[in-house]
Ligand binder design. Structure first.
Ligand code: ADP
Length: 667
């Protein structure tokens, strides 16, 4: 092929295919890698979460065991029967509260008493009772408060039990309220609160409660501060276990709250509020566990169960609370622990900084759908068997971390691909520019060669013409002149072929229009070619054997055939230094026409047969070292023949000669 431009296009096509192919492979690899990367991240996250969950539950279990052992140790100590000794547990963060009960199931802590309405009132028989009855008659029947006061004071003097004294004080306080001696009433109530804090009346009702109820009835006390102090004293008594709780405690607390709302004057209000809520917590504590403890009491004390501890859930209220109840004689203790403080302390001791990702560890409520939600990226674990309503949830702090990481990867790969494609497009652009430039320079070169050869052709034609004129009258020339004439003819013949070949070559390079084929008489064309070369062959002393069949017609471009034939004849002359014989045949065989040019010269080695048709190719051997040439002759010849739908074949044996055959189709 002579066309350079086709090579350029081939290169461009190869370049585009390579770009598409490698771009597709890169895209495929990036996509595959990104999805692998996502899977890897998810795997790593779920591994870390699982690890964390296992660690956390095991630490939680350890924590629970250490708490249980702290509680158990209490019963091995000397204070195992001492309610006050339990106070030392208050420094434990994990402990919310505790209860202590005696072997009959009564609360030792918090201090609780039950009203005993069934107890019968004993008839007054001693001096105390007499005085008291007289005082009561004065107070309630004759309404003689002065006298009532005197008799109450008398009965106080002769009172023998704490309960009787408290009763007198209580009656006196009531009387002073009726008499409008508020200050006196308050002072007496203070005495009851401080000195008779746990004294109960015959029905098991604390006298202190009566005092408070009375105080609250004084709507407009002279001294609020003193009044509030008394209320605080009462509340603290309840908190410290000096004053018992009973079924009326809550009601009384509500009355205090209402009173407080009505007279919001003092700064101690907050203190009052805090104390009320502390007492309420104690009441709630009792309410939450009373029934369960009642059941255990029956169970325990009848069967003598000696299990280490029982865990009891509160009846209502906070599900994050749990009582670990240790049954012991004579005092059993229930330690109420809180999940939150335990959770926090376990969490604090977790080593979270050696993890690759940041996680949230939360306490969540156990719901039906928790486990449905359980995915690779969220782990749940239970606090079995302690806090069964709660779960530990381990999840990523930043839930979008995978998407973000994958997005970053996508951006990087996308940029990489973009750069790759950008480089490819740039490369393609430069390649196209290069091919265009090369095409342009080739055209310029071919134009230049064509112009030059055209210019050379004109003087050469004149030289040839004059040489032939001289040749016609060569009888008149002397030997020297004949010799010079021969040289001129030989060289100009050579020059003519050279120029024709170059012109033909540049015509191809410039993609000029192809030949116009005509039905021509090939026999005439071959003959006329030989006639033109007659003198050239003669002076080269060649013996030419001609075998031409008459009038063979073909659709050809005559001038082209002439040029091809003269190239082949000229080669035969050039490469046959010793055996100067040439056979030219023109014949028809089958459906084809053959023009053969056979010489008996140096021949061509088999392996070079295909190469000799390539442009500028020349065989380097000793035999043709002295023969000059351009390597264009056979290239141009082959192109001329093929353009006329023919073929150029070679048969040759090294040292024996060559036969070139032009095969054409008949007209
Ligand atoms: P050139 O003759 O100018 O070198 P060609 O294209 O005509 O270029 O031929 C190419 C080569 O083929 C020659 O250099 C020569 O070695 C070989 N060749 C061509 N014709 C013959 C032949 N008839 N006998 C031997 N060798 C030949």
């Amino acid at each position: 092929m002579l066309k350079f431009s086709e090579k350029g296009s081939k290169l461009i096509v190869i370049f585009i295919i390579t770009a598409i192919f490698s771009g597709s492979i890169l895209t495929y690899l990036s996509v595959a890698h990104i999805s692998n990367y996502k899977e890897l991240l998810e795997k790593k996250i779920s591994e870390e979460e699982r690890d964390l969950t296992i660690r956390f539950t095991s630490d939680f279990q350890d924590k629970m065991e250490s708490l249980i052992s702290i509680f158990s140790n209490f019963f091995q100590s000397d204070h195992s029967q001492d309610v006050q000794a339990l106070k030392s547990f208050e420094r434990l963060n994990e402990l919310v509260n505790y209860v202590a009960i005696d072997s009959l199931g009564s609360f030792l802590w918090p201090y609780v008493v039950n009203n005993d309405l069934s107890s019968e009132q004993t008839k007054p028989s001693n001096p105390y009772s007499n005085e008291l009855r007289t005082a009561q008659n004065n107070e309630f029947i004759s309404k003689d408060f002065k006298n009532a006061e005197i008799y109450y004071l008398k009965s106080l003097k002769v009172a023998e039990t704490k309960s009787d004294s408290a009763n007198c004080y209580n009656s006196l306080a009531r009387l002073y309220v009726k008499m409008g001696h508020h200050q006196k009433a308050i002072e007496i109530d203070q005495t009851i609160i401080t000195d008779f804090s746990s004294t109960l009346n015959a029905f098991g009702f604390p006298y202190v409660y009566f005092s408070i109820i009375k105080l609250l009835r004084i709507k407009n006390p002279a001294n609020f501060e003193q009044f509030e102090k008394l209320l605080l004293l009462f509340l603290n008594g309840l908190i410290d276990g000096e004053i018992p709780l009973n079924e009326s405690s809550e009601e009384l607390l509500d009355s205090i709250s209402e009173w407080k709302k009505e007279f919001q004057l003092s700064q101690n209000n907050d203190l009052l509020e805090q104390s009320i809520s502390r007492v309420k917590k104690l009441i709630l504590l009792v309410d939450n566990y009373k029934i369960s403890l009642e059941e255990i009491k029956n169970d325990k004390f009848t069967k003598g169960n000696s299990a280490n501890f029982l865990s009891i859930k509160p009846i209502s209220g906070n599900p994050d609370e749990l009582m670990l109840f240790f049954k012991h004689e004579p005092m059993s203790v229930g330690f109420v622990i809180g999940l939150n403080p335990i959770f926090m302390s376990v969490l604090e001791n977790q080593q979270l900084n050696n993890l690759k990702f940041d996680f949230n560890i939360n306490l969540v409520e156990k719901k039906e759908n928790n486990y449905i939600l359980n995915s690779d990226l969220i782990q749940f674990a239970t606090f079995s068997p302690y806090f069964e309503d709660r779960l530990i949830k381990v999840s990523l702090k930043n839930e979008g971390i995978i998407d973000q990481a994958v997005f970053r990867r996508k951006i990087i790969y996308g940029l990489g691909l973009f750069l790759f494609l950008g480089t490819m497009v740039l490369g393609l652009y430069l390649l196209i520019q290069d091919v265009k430039r090369e095409k342009r320079t080739n055209k310029l070169r071919a134009d230049f060669v064509s112009n030059i050869t055209h210019e050379l052709k004109t003087p050469l034609t004149s030289i040839n013409m004059f040489a032939e004129a001289l040749n016609m009258g060569k009888d008149t020339l002397d030997s020297k002149q004949t010799k010079y004439l021969n040289i001129i003819v030989k060289e100009s013949e050579k020059l003519k072929r050279l120029i024709n070949n170059i012109l033909e070559f540049s015509r191809k390079e410039n993609d000029k229009l192809s030949y116009k084929l005509q039905n021509s008489n090939l026999s005439e064309i071959v003959k006329s070619t030989l006639k033109e070369m007659d003198y050239f062959l003669e002076i080269n002393k060649f013996e030419v054997d001609l075998a031409i069949e008459k009038n063979i017609f073909a659709n050809v471009y005559g001038e082209g055939i002439k040029q091809a034939l003269s190239n082949l004849i000229s080669n035969a002359v050039k490469y046959s230094a010793s055996n100067k014989k040439l056979i030219i045949r023109l014949f028809e065989s089958g459906s084809e026409i053959f023009i053969e040019v056979e010489d008996f010269g140096i021949g061509i080695p088999q392996e070079k047969h295909a190469l000799i048709f390539e442009k500028f190719y020349r065989i380097n051997s000793d035999e043709n070292e002295t023969v000059s040439g351009t390597g264009l002759g056979l290239t141009v010849t082959k192109a001329i023949i093929e353009e006329q739908y023919g073929k150029l074949l070679v048969e040759s044996t090294l040292g024996k000669g060559s036969k070139f055959t032009i095969v054409l189709n008949p007209a």
